[in-house]
Design a protein around this ligand. Structure first.
Ligand code: EPZ
Length: 416
Protein backbone atom coordinates (compact mmCIF):
# COMPACT_ATOMS: atom_id res chain seq x y z
CA UNK A 1 0.00 0.00 0.00
CA UNK A 2 1.38 3.42 -0.88
CA UNK A 3 0.85 6.51 1.24
CA UNK A 4 1.07 10.27 0.87
CA UNK A 5 2.83 12.35 3.51
CA UNK A 6 1.48 15.89 3.34
CA UNK A 7 2.72 18.88 5.31
CA UNK A 8 1.10 22.28 5.73
CA UNK A 9 1.65 24.47 2.68
CA UNK A 10 2.36 28.17 3.27
CA UNK A 11 0.88 29.21 -0.03
CA UNK A 12 0.40 27.52 -3.39
CA UNK A 13 1.20 29.44 -6.53
CA UNK A 14 1.53 29.02 -10.27
CA UNK A 15 -0.39 27.05 -12.86
CA UNK A 16 -1.16 23.37 -13.39
CA UNK A 17 -2.13 21.64 -16.63
CA UNK A 18 -5.31 19.58 -16.39
CA UNK A 19 -5.35 16.07 -17.89
CA UNK A 20 -8.01 14.48 -20.07
CA UNK A 21 -11.22 13.37 -18.37
CA UNK A 22 -11.24 9.81 -16.96
CA UNK A 23 -15.04 9.78 -17.13
CA UNK A 24 -15.01 10.76 -20.79
CA UNK A 25 -12.15 8.51 -21.88
CA UNK A 26 -13.71 5.35 -20.42
CA UNK A 27 -16.98 5.37 -22.44
CA UNK A 28 -15.12 6.55 -25.56
CA UNK A 29 -12.63 3.67 -25.28
CA UNK A 30 -15.60 1.29 -25.00
CA UNK A 31 -17.32 2.91 -28.00
CA UNK A 32 -14.17 2.63 -30.13
CA UNK A 33 -14.77 -1.15 -30.16
CA UNK A 34 -17.52 -0.45 -32.75
CA UNK A 35 -15.11 1.07 -35.27
CA UNK A 36 -13.82 -0.69 -38.38
CA UNK A 37 -10.11 0.03 -38.13
CA UNK A 38 -7.83 1.67 -35.59
CA UNK A 39 -9.07 4.50 -33.35
CA UNK A 40 -6.51 7.04 -32.09
CA UNK A 41 -7.32 8.90 -28.86
CA UNK A 42 -5.40 11.94 -27.57
CA UNK A 43 -5.34 13.47 -24.08
CA UNK A 44 -6.19 10.14 -22.42
CA UNK A 45 -5.02 10.24 -18.77
CA UNK A 46 -2.63 7.50 -17.58
CA UNK A 47 -4.77 6.02 -14.80
CA UNK A 48 -5.38 2.52 -13.46
CA UNK A 49 -9.02 2.55 -14.59
CA UNK A 50 -7.88 3.33 -18.16
CA UNK A 51 -5.24 0.56 -18.05
CA UNK A 52 -7.83 -1.91 -16.72
CA UNK A 53 -10.32 -0.96 -19.47
CA UNK A 54 -7.60 -1.58 -22.05
CA UNK A 55 -6.74 -4.87 -20.34
CA UNK A 56 -10.33 -6.07 -20.68
CA UNK A 57 -10.42 -5.14 -24.37
CA UNK A 58 -7.20 -7.11 -24.93
CA UNK A 59 -8.73 -10.16 -23.18
CA UNK A 60 -11.79 -9.89 -25.44
CA UNK A 61 -9.54 -10.00 -28.52
CA UNK A 62 -8.88 -6.34 -29.20
CA UNK A 63 -5.67 -4.34 -29.08
CA UNK A 64 -4.85 -1.21 -27.09
CA UNK A 65 -1.40 0.27 -27.59
CA UNK A 66 0.13 3.48 -26.31
CA UNK A 67 2.31 5.33 -28.81
CA UNK A 68 3.79 8.33 -27.01
CA UNK A 69 0.69 10.05 -25.68
CA UNK A 70 -1.73 8.49 -28.16
CA UNK A 71 -3.89 5.50 -27.33
CA UNK A 72 -4.46 3.25 -30.37
CA UNK A 73 -7.43 0.88 -30.13
CA UNK A 74 -8.72 -1.75 -32.57
CA UNK A 75 -11.22 -4.54 -32.11
CA UNK A 76 -11.07 -6.44 -35.35
CA UNK A 77 -11.68 -10.05 -34.29
CA UNK A 78 -13.38 -10.61 -30.92
CA UNK A 79 -12.10 -13.88 -29.49
CA UNK A 80 -14.46 -14.42 -26.57
CA UNK A 81 -17.70 -13.09 -25.12
CA UNK A 82 -16.57 -13.61 -21.51
CA UNK A 83 -15.19 -10.50 -19.79
CA UNK A 84 -12.34 -11.23 -17.30
CA UNK A 85 -13.58 -11.26 -13.68
CA UNK A 86 -10.32 -9.99 -12.17
CA UNK A 87 -10.32 -6.79 -14.26
CA UNK A 88 -14.06 -6.11 -14.51
CA UNK A 89 -14.53 -6.07 -10.74
CA UNK A 90 -11.80 -3.49 -10.23
CA UNK A 91 -13.91 -0.58 -11.44
CA UNK A 92 -17.49 0.32 -12.28
CA UNK A 93 -17.07 1.66 -15.78
CA UNK A 94 -16.22 -1.82 -17.09
CA UNK A 95 -19.98 -2.15 -17.43
CA UNK A 96 -19.76 0.11 -20.47
CA UNK A 97 -18.40 -2.86 -22.43
CA UNK A 98 -21.82 -4.52 -22.60
CA UNK A 99 -23.07 -2.24 -25.37
CA UNK A 100 -20.20 -2.71 -27.87
CA UNK A 101 -20.07 -6.46 -27.16
CA UNK A 102 -23.82 -6.80 -27.85
CA UNK A 103 -23.29 -5.13 -31.22
CA UNK A 104 -20.00 -6.75 -32.26
CA UNK A 105 -20.50 -10.25 -30.81
CA UNK A 106 -24.22 -10.38 -29.99
CA UNK A 107 -23.42 -11.82 -26.58
CA UNK A 108 -21.46 -10.92 -23.44
CA UNK A 109 -20.97 -12.43 -20.01
CA UNK A 110 -19.76 -9.96 -17.42
CA UNK A 111 -19.50 -10.14 -13.62
CA UNK A 112 -21.92 -7.85 -11.80
CA UNK A 113 -19.79 -4.75 -11.11
CA UNK A 114 -20.74 -4.88 -7.44
CA UNK A 115 -21.14 -1.90 -5.18
CA UNK A 116 -18.40 0.43 -4.10
CA UNK A 117 -17.82 2.50 -0.96
CA UNK A 118 -20.03 5.40 -2.09
CA UNK A 119 -23.13 3.36 -2.74
CA UNK A 120 -24.84 0.23 -4.05
CA UNK A 121 -24.40 1.48 -7.63
CA UNK A 122 -27.30 -0.54 -9.08
CA UNK A 123 -27.44 -1.20 -12.83
CA UNK A 124 -31.19 -1.55 -13.29
CA UNK A 125 -31.39 1.43 -15.67
CA UNK A 126 -28.64 -0.01 -17.87
CA UNK A 127 -30.47 -3.36 -18.06
CA UNK A 128 -33.81 -1.63 -18.67
CA UNK A 129 -32.23 0.09 -21.68
CA UNK A 130 -30.71 -3.07 -23.15
CA UNK A 131 -33.95 -5.00 -22.67
CA UNK A 132 -35.94 -2.23 -24.34
CA UNK A 133 -33.54 -2.44 -27.31
CA UNK A 134 -34.27 -6.16 -27.62
CA UNK A 135 -31.46 -7.78 -25.65
CA UNK A 136 -32.13 -10.84 -23.51
CA UNK A 137 -30.62 -10.44 -20.04
CA UNK A 138 -30.05 -13.30 -17.59
CA UNK A 139 -28.46 -12.96 -14.16
CA UNK A 140 -27.00 -15.58 -11.88
CA UNK A 141 -23.92 -16.55 -9.87
CA UNK A 142 -22.80 -12.92 -9.78
CA UNK A 143 -22.79 -12.63 -13.55
CA UNK A 144 -24.90 -10.90 -16.15
CA UNK A 145 -25.33 -12.50 -19.56
CA UNK A 146 -26.74 -10.33 -22.35
CA UNK A 147 -27.63 -11.63 -25.80
CA UNK A 148 -29.12 -9.99 -28.87
CA UNK A 149 -29.33 -11.15 -32.46
CA UNK A 150 -30.01 -7.54 -33.34
CA UNK A 151 -30.96 -4.38 -31.45
CA UNK A 152 -34.02 -2.35 -32.45
CA UNK A 153 -34.47 1.33 -31.71
CA UNK A 154 -37.06 2.28 -29.09
CA UNK A 155 -38.04 4.99 -26.61
CA UNK A 156 -36.44 4.76 -23.14
CA UNK A 157 -37.28 6.92 -20.14
CA UNK A 158 -34.58 6.92 -17.43
CA UNK A 159 -36.03 7.07 -13.90
CA UNK A 160 -32.82 8.88 -12.91
CA UNK A 161 -30.53 10.76 -15.35
CA UNK A 162 -27.83 8.10 -14.91
CA UNK A 163 -24.53 9.00 -16.63
CA UNK A 164 -23.49 5.39 -17.20
CA UNK A 165 -26.91 4.22 -18.33
CA UNK A 166 -27.17 7.13 -20.80
CA UNK A 167 -23.73 6.24 -22.19
CA UNK A 168 -24.43 2.52 -22.43
CA UNK A 169 -27.77 3.08 -24.19
CA UNK A 170 -26.25 5.61 -26.58
CA UNK A 171 -23.50 3.18 -27.58
CA UNK A 172 -25.98 0.28 -27.90
CA UNK A 173 -28.42 2.27 -30.05
CA UNK A 174 -25.96 3.97 -32.40
CA UNK A 175 -25.93 0.81 -34.58
CA UNK A 176 -29.41 -0.47 -33.67
CA UNK A 177 -32.11 -0.70 -36.33
CA UNK A 178 -34.24 2.46 -36.38
CA UNK A 179 -34.57 5.38 -34.00
CA UNK A 180 -33.95 5.43 -30.23
CA UNK A 181 -35.07 8.26 -27.98
CA UNK A 182 -33.55 8.53 -24.50
CA UNK A 183 -35.65 10.73 -22.20
CA UNK A 184 -34.49 12.13 -18.88
CA UNK A 185 -30.95 11.47 -20.17
CA UNK A 186 -27.86 12.67 -18.28
CA UNK A 187 -26.53 16.00 -19.60
CA UNK A 188 -22.94 15.86 -18.23
CA UNK A 189 -20.18 17.14 -20.59
CA UNK A 190 -18.85 13.58 -20.85
CA UNK A 191 -22.12 12.57 -22.57
CA UNK A 192 -21.58 15.28 -25.21
CA UNK A 193 -17.96 14.22 -25.71
CA UNK A 194 -19.06 10.61 -26.30
CA UNK A 195 -21.76 11.78 -28.74
CA UNK A 196 -19.21 13.97 -30.60
CA UNK A 197 -16.96 10.92 -30.92
CA UNK A 198 -19.77 8.66 -32.19
CA UNK A 199 -20.97 11.29 -34.70
CA UNK A 200 -17.38 11.69 -35.97
CA UNK A 201 -17.40 7.90 -36.56
CA UNK A 202 -20.59 8.24 -38.64
CA UNK A 203 -23.23 7.93 -35.94
CA UNK A 204 -26.43 9.99 -36.09
CA UNK A 205 -27.11 11.59 -32.68
CA UNK A 206 -29.10 14.72 -31.83
CA UNK A 207 -29.65 16.34 -28.45
CA UNK A 208 -26.61 15.12 -26.50
CA UNK A 209 -26.13 17.52 -23.59
CA UNK A 210 -29.90 17.88 -23.20
CA UNK A 211 -32.25 15.52 -21.37
CA UNK A 212 -33.64 14.16 -24.67
CA UNK A 213 -31.25 12.36 -27.02
CA UNK A 214 -32.37 10.99 -30.40
CA UNK A 215 -30.20 8.34 -32.08
CA UNK A 216 -30.76 7.08 -35.62
CA UNK A 217 -29.08 3.67 -36.01
CA UNK A 218 -26.45 3.25 -38.76
CA UNK A 219 -24.91 0.06 -40.15
CA UNK A 220 -21.21 0.95 -39.96
CA UNK A 221 -18.88 3.20 -37.98
CA UNK A 222 -15.41 4.17 -39.13
CA UNK A 223 -12.31 4.55 -36.97
CA UNK A 224 -11.40 8.17 -36.22
CA UNK A 225 -9.04 10.16 -34.01
CA UNK A 226 -10.40 12.17 -31.10
CA UNK A 227 -9.11 14.40 -28.31
CA UNK A 228 -10.67 13.71 -24.90
CA UNK A 229 -12.13 16.77 -23.11
CA UNK A 230 -10.35 18.05 -19.99
CA UNK A 231 -11.23 16.61 -16.59
CA UNK A 232 -13.58 19.11 -14.93
CA UNK A 233 -13.34 17.36 -11.58
CA UNK A 234 -9.54 17.36 -11.56
CA UNK A 235 -9.68 21.08 -12.38
CA UNK A 236 -12.16 21.72 -9.55
CA UNK A 237 -9.97 19.76 -7.14
CA UNK A 238 -6.85 21.88 -7.78
CA UNK A 239 -8.85 25.12 -7.63
CA UNK A 240 -10.27 23.99 -4.27
CA UNK A 241 -6.73 23.28 -3.04
CA UNK A 242 -5.78 26.82 -4.08
CA UNK A 243 -8.72 28.34 -2.20
CA UNK A 244 -7.97 26.30 0.94
CA UNK A 245 -4.35 27.48 0.90
CA UNK A 246 -5.43 31.11 0.41
CA UNK A 247 -3.51 31.15 -2.86
CA UNK A 248 -3.44 32.53 -6.37
CA UNK A 249 -3.40 29.58 -8.77
CA UNK A 250 -4.46 28.83 -12.34
CA UNK A 251 -5.70 25.62 -13.95
CA UNK A 252 -4.85 25.40 -17.66
CA UNK A 253 -6.24 23.35 -20.59
CA UNK A 254 -9.77 23.45 -19.14
CA UNK A 255 -13.22 24.22 -20.55
CA UNK A 256 -14.52 26.90 -18.11
CA UNK A 257 -18.14 26.15 -19.07
CA UNK A 258 -17.73 22.68 -17.54
CA UNK A 259 -16.70 24.01 -14.12
CA UNK A 260 -19.29 26.80 -13.88
CA UNK A 261 -21.16 25.21 -10.92
CA UNK A 262 -17.89 25.13 -8.92
CA UNK A 263 -16.83 28.64 -9.93
CA UNK A 264 -20.25 29.97 -8.91
CA UNK A 265 -19.69 28.57 -5.42
CA UNK A 266 -16.24 30.18 -5.18
CA UNK A 267 -17.77 33.56 -6.07
CA UNK A 268 -20.44 33.10 -3.36
CA UNK A 269 -17.55 32.60 -0.90
CA UNK A 270 -15.89 35.86 -1.87
CA UNK A 271 -13.14 34.24 -3.93
CA UNK A 272 -11.97 36.13 -7.02
CA UNK A 273 -12.45 33.94 -10.11
CA UNK A 274 -10.91 34.89 -13.48
CA UNK A 275 -12.12 32.93 -16.49
CA UNK A 276 -10.12 32.88 -19.75
CA UNK A 277 -10.65 30.87 -22.91
CA UNK A 278 -9.06 27.65 -21.63
CA UNK A 279 -7.90 28.51 -18.14
CA UNK A 280 -9.39 29.57 -14.82
CA UNK A 281 -7.55 31.50 -12.10
CA UNK A 282 -8.60 31.97 -8.48
CA UNK A 283 -7.22 34.42 -5.93
CA UNK A 284 -8.28 33.52 -2.42
CA UNK A 285 -8.27 35.95 0.53
CA UNK A 286 -6.94 34.83 3.92
CA UNK A 287 -10.55 34.48 5.15
CA UNK A 288 -13.45 33.21 3.04
CA UNK A 289 -17.14 32.82 3.72
CA UNK A 290 -18.87 29.45 3.96
CA UNK A 291 -21.54 28.41 1.46
CA UNK A 292 -24.13 25.63 1.22
CA UNK A 293 -23.85 22.73 -1.24
CA UNK A 294 -26.48 20.42 -2.69
CA UNK A 295 -25.15 17.89 -5.21
CA UNK A 296 -27.27 17.38 -8.32
CA UNK A 297 -26.92 15.97 -11.83
CA UNK A 298 -25.25 18.41 -14.27
CA UNK A 299 -25.53 21.40 -14.49
CA UNK A 300 -26.06 21.26 -10.71
CA UNK A 301 -23.14 21.09 -8.29
CA UNK A 302 -21.24 17.85 -9.11
CA UNK A 303 -21.31 15.02 -6.57
CA UNK A 304 -17.67 14.34 -7.53
CA UNK A 305 -16.73 17.70 -5.96
CA UNK A 306 -18.68 17.18 -2.72
CA UNK A 307 -15.84 15.63 -0.72
CA UNK A 308 -13.39 18.35 -1.73
CA UNK A 309 -15.89 21.06 -0.73
CA UNK A 310 -16.56 19.36 2.61
CA UNK A 311 -12.84 19.77 3.35
CA UNK A 312 -13.00 23.37 2.13
CA UNK A 313 -16.03 24.23 4.29
CA UNK A 314 -14.29 22.77 7.34
CA UNK A 315 -11.88 25.75 7.26
CA UNK A 316 -14.34 28.42 6.02
CA UNK A 317 -15.94 31.13 8.18
CA UNK A 318 -19.34 29.99 9.44
CA UNK A 319 -21.52 26.90 9.23
CA UNK A 320 -22.29 25.12 5.96
CA UNK A 321 -24.94 22.60 4.95
CA UNK A 322 -23.84 19.92 2.51
CA UNK A 323 -26.54 17.70 1.00
CA UNK A 324 -25.49 14.69 -1.10
CA UNK A 325 -28.49 13.76 -3.26
CA UNK A 326 -26.78 11.53 -5.87
CA UNK A 327 -25.10 8.73 -3.88
CA UNK A 328 -26.38 7.27 -0.63
CA UNK A 329 -23.05 6.79 1.10
CA UNK A 330 -20.67 9.49 -0.02
CA UNK A 331 -19.61 10.88 3.39
CA UNK A 332 -16.90 8.29 4.13
CA UNK A 333 -14.25 11.03 4.16
CA UNK A 334 -16.02 12.82 7.06
CA UNK A 335 -14.84 10.57 9.93
CA UNK A 336 -11.30 10.96 8.58
CA UNK A 337 -11.63 14.77 8.33
CA UNK A 338 -12.96 14.74 11.90
CA UNK A 339 -9.76 13.01 13.02
CA UNK A 340 -7.99 16.11 11.69
CA UNK A 341 -10.17 18.39 13.81
CA UNK A 342 -12.97 19.18 11.35
CA UNK A 343 -16.28 19.87 13.11
CA UNK A 344 -18.87 17.98 11.06
CA UNK A 345 -22.18 16.38 12.03
CA UNK A 346 -23.85 13.93 9.61
CA UNK A 347 -27.58 13.35 9.52
CA UNK A 348 -28.52 11.00 6.67
CA UNK A 349 -27.55 12.69 3.42
CA UNK A 350 -26.84 16.02 5.12
CA UNK A 351 -23.56 17.13 6.67
CA UNK A 352 -23.42 20.23 8.90
CA UNK A 353 -19.91 21.69 8.80
CA UNK A 354 -18.75 24.20 11.42
CA UNK A 355 -15.82 26.05 9.92
CA UNK A 356 -12.79 25.95 12.20
CA UNK A 357 -9.58 27.98 12.15
CA UNK A 358 -7.16 25.10 12.19
CA UNK A 359 -7.00 21.43 11.34
CA UNK A 360 -4.24 19.20 12.70
CA UNK A 361 -2.31 16.58 10.75
CA UNK A 362 -3.23 12.93 11.48
CA UNK A 363 -3.03 9.40 10.07
CA UNK A 364 -6.07 8.99 7.80
CA UNK A 365 -7.26 6.53 5.17
CA UNK A 366 -8.71 7.09 1.69
CA UNK A 367 -11.83 5.02 1.08
CA UNK A 368 -12.79 6.30 -2.36
CA UNK A 369 -11.39 8.45 -5.13
CA UNK A 370 -12.73 11.91 -4.31
CA UNK A 371 -12.86 11.34 -0.55
CA UNK A 372 -9.15 10.54 -0.67
CA UNK A 373 -8.46 13.75 -2.57
CA UNK A 374 -10.32 15.73 0.12
CA UNK A 375 -7.97 14.32 2.78
CA UNK A 376 -4.94 15.50 0.80
CA UNK A 377 -6.47 18.97 0.52
CA UNK A 378 -7.09 19.03 4.28
CA UNK A 379 -3.47 17.97 4.83
CA UNK A 380 -2.30 21.03 2.87
CA UNK A 381 -3.74 23.35 5.55
CA UNK A 382 -3.44 21.16 8.68
CA UNK A 383 -0.81 21.94 11.31
CA UNK A 384 1.94 19.32 11.18
CA UNK A 385 2.04 16.19 9.08
CA UNK A 386 -0.83 14.13 7.57
CA UNK A 387 -0.32 10.55 6.42
CA UNK A 388 -2.91 9.35 3.92
CA UNK A 389 -3.10 5.59 3.42
CA UNK A 390 -4.72 3.55 0.58
CA UNK A 391 -3.89 6.20 -2.01
CA UNK A 392 -4.47 3.74 -4.85
CA UNK A 393 -8.05 5.00 -4.68
CA UNK A 394 -6.83 8.54 -5.42
CA UNK A 395 -4.47 7.48 -8.19
CA UNK A 396 -7.38 5.86 -10.04
CA UNK A 397 -8.61 9.33 -10.96
CA UNK A 398 -5.80 11.85 -10.66
CA UNK A 399 -2.86 11.64 -13.07
CA UNK A 400 0.45 12.58 -11.39
CA UNK A 401 -1.41 13.96 -8.38
CA UNK A 402 1.64 14.40 -6.13
CA UNK A 403 3.79 15.89 -8.91
CA UNK A 404 1.09 18.38 -9.91
CA UNK A 405 0.52 19.51 -6.32
CA UNK A 406 4.30 19.85 -5.80
CA UNK A 407 4.50 21.98 -8.96
CA UNK A 408 2.12 24.39 -7.16
CA UNK A 409 4.38 24.44 -4.09
CA UNK A 410 2.68 21.76 -1.96
CA UNK A 411 4.77 19.64 0.39
CA UNK A 412 3.60 16.12 -0.53
CA UNK A 413 5.61 12.94 -0.97
CA UNK A 414 4.57 9.38 -1.82
CA UNK A 415 5.99 6.46 0.18
CA UNK A 416 5.52 2.76 -0.50
C1 EPZ B 1 -20.58 8.33 -13.23
O1 EPZ B 1 -20.88 7.18 -12.45
C2 EPZ B 1 -19.16 8.71 -12.85
N1 EPZ B 1 -18.26 7.61 -13.20
C3 EPZ B 1 -19.09 9.00 -11.35
O2 EPZ B 1 -17.76 9.43 -11.07
C4 EPZ B 1 -20.05 10.14 -11.03
O3 EPZ B 1 -20.04 10.36 -9.63
C5 EPZ B 1 -21.46 9.76 -11.49
O4 EPZ B 1 -21.45 9.43 -12.90
C6 EPZ B 1 -22.46 10.89 -11.27
O5 EPZ B 1 -22.02 12.04 -11.95
C7 EPZ B 1 -17.89 7.45 -14.50
O6 EPZ B 1 -18.29 8.21 -15.38
C8 EPZ B 1 -16.93 6.34 -14.78
P1 EPZ B 1 -24.85 7.35 -12.31
P2 EPZ B 1 -22.24 6.36 -12.76
O7 EPZ B 1 -25.28 6.15 -13.06
O8 EPZ B 1 -22.51 6.36 -14.21
C9 EPZ B 1 -28.22 5.59 -9.56
C10 EPZ B 1 -15.74 9.50 -9.95
O9 EPZ B 1 -15.48 9.90 -8.82
N2 EPZ B 1 -28.37 4.55 -10.59
O10 EPZ B 1 -25.14 8.71 -12.86
O11 EPZ B 1 -22.15 5.06 -12.07
C11 EPZ B 1 -26.94 5.39 -8.75
O12 EPZ B 1 -27.17 4.48 -7.70
C12 EPZ B 1 -16.96 8.65 -10.18
O13 EPZ B 1 -15.08 9.78 -10.99
C13 EPZ B 1 -29.43 3.66 -10.50
O14 EPZ B 1 -30.24 3.74 -9.58
O15 EPZ B 1 -23.30 7.28 -12.02
C14 EPZ B 1 -26.64 6.75 -8.22
O16 EPZ B 1 -27.39 6.97 -7.04
C15 EPZ B 1 -17.66 8.28 -8.88
N3 EPZ B 1 -29.56 2.69 -11.43
C16 EPZ B 1 -27.16 7.67 -9.32
O17 EPZ B 1 -28.01 6.88 -10.16
C17 EPZ B 1 -28.67 2.57 -12.48
O18 EPZ B 1 -28.85 1.68 -13.33
C18 EPZ B 1 -26.06 8.26 -10.19
O19 EPZ B 1 -25.41 7.20 -10.81
C19 EPZ B 1 -27.59 3.48 -12.55
C20 EPZ B 1 -27.46 4.46 -11.60
Amino acid sequence: MSKYIVRKAERLCGAVKISGSKNSALPIIAASMLAEGETVLYNVPRLTDIENMCGIIRCLGGSCQWSNDELHISFRKPKTYIAPYELVTKFRASFLLIAPMLIRVGKVQIPLPGGCPIGARPIDLHLKGFTALGAKITQGHGFIEAKARKLCGTRIYLDFPSVGATENIMIASVMAEGETVIENAATEPEISDLADFLVKMGGKIQGAGTDRIVIEGVSRLKAVSHKIIPDRIEAGTYLTAGVMCRSDITVEDVIPEHIKPVMAKFSEMGIEVFENENSVRIISPSKFRHTDIKTLPFPGFPTDMQSQFTALMSVAEGTSLIVETVFENRFLHIPELSRMGAKIKVDGRTAIVDGTKTLTGAKVKASDLRGGASLVLAGLVAEGETEIDCIEHIERGYENFGEKLRSLGADIIKIQ
